[in-house]
Design a protein around this ligand. Structure first.
Ligand code: CA
Ligand code: CA
Length: 102
């Protein structure tokens, strides 16, 4: 009985550190393209340095309006866009082989 509880605790601790490994090692890089003090482009990287997501504020109003998601080879898969900059994502673009579809 004691052995089982030690095993369960080990499992929980292991799962938590596994979770932490994949979440806390995500790196982010921000760039202020128009140099107004607010970042307009953000790159999110996975623990293994592949690109996970790019967030862009195209009209420089401080709110991101384009989110591109990348697969584990850093190839774009799909994109959400707020093309009228109302703060709601209204455009979905799928990528195939790294190219926009439609
Ligand atoms: Ca800016
Ligand atoms: Ca914006």
């Amino acid at each position: 009985m004691k052995l089982i509880s030690v095993f369960v605790i080990g499992l929980v601790v292991g799962a938590l550190s596994f979770y932490g490994y994949f979440n806390y090692n995500i790196k982010m890089a921000s760039f202020d393209m128009n140099r107004d003090g607010t970042s307009d482009v953000q790159y999110l990287y996975r623990y293994n340095s592949t690109l996970k997501q790019m967030r862009i504020d195209r009209n420089h109003d401080g709110k991101e309006d384009s989110v591109i998601n990348y697969d584990r080879f850093s190839i774009p898969v799909y994109e959400h866009g707020d093309d009228n900059f109302y703060g709601v994502y209204d455009t979905d673009i799928e990528y195939e082989g790294g190219d926009k579809q439609g």
